[in-house]
Design a protein around this ligand. Sequence first.
Ligand SMILES: Nc1nc2c(ncn2[C@@H]2O[C@H](COP(=O)(O)OP(=O)(O)O)[C@@H](O)[C@H]2O)c(=O)[nH]1
Ligand SMILES: [Mg+2]
Length: 231
Amino acid sequence: MCDSCGCPADNSTSARRIDLAQDILSRNNDIAGHNRRHLRDRAIFCLNIISAPGSGKTSFLERLGRDYGRETAMAVIVGDQQTDNDQRRLQEAGLAAVQINTGAACHLDADMVHRAMHKLDLASCKLLIIENIGNMVCPTAYDLGEELRIAVISTPEGEDKPAKYPDLILSSDVLLINKVDLLPYLTFDLQECCRQVEEIKPGLPVFAVSATSGEGMAAFWQWLKERWPAE
Ligand SMILES: Nc1nc2c(ncn2[C@@H]2O[C@H](COP(=O)(O)OP(=O)(O)O)[C@@H](O)[C@H]2O)c(=O)[nH]1
Ligand SMILES: [Mg+2]
């Protein structure tokens, strides 16, 4: 288990630790199931976005809100260790947003999301997006009740991130490669990055996007809408 937060994301071989980790995950999965049923009953589609800090999760959501918020009512639950900076940014972009501060914990769990859901007015909401804590490892173990999991890496992080963090790729339904507007200034090898993804999870959809310029956003939105159950 991860000593800082008790998350079961390491390879400890101690039987007691494994039992405890299974208990934590089993309780989490029960609450995630409850979240999923609650959202499905209300026809709300839910996404869980996971990346390193600074990959552009909040920027991407600000853009999504500005470009598509009038067409589709969206709300965001956003997790950070401290501050309500992201909540304020998202609200300024016209989105309903609730901030979770996790303190020492390095991931969101289903119970935190459940409590945050009750702080939002979801009556007219069609899309609930959870921006997870910036961390490419611990959040991957926690189902939050989402329908789709979105992994984000950004070009300044380097093309080797899929190979270094395969659990993120394996547990995700789509990968966004953000900050492609910076490609002319970096050595980031897009083809090599996609090759690594294909080796880890063949067929995983990948979108090259820029939250700054808007490149790739329309293609991603179109793909996302096709995954929505017909109303
Ligand atoms: N050039 C460029 N910068 C970006 C892009 N997306 C985000 N950023 C910048 O990256 C930094 C971190 O973005 P933020 O959205 O806070 O990342 P988060 O921690 O994943 O939520 C900010 O300075 C953003 O302006 C992008 O597509 N292109
Ligand atoms: Mg953020």
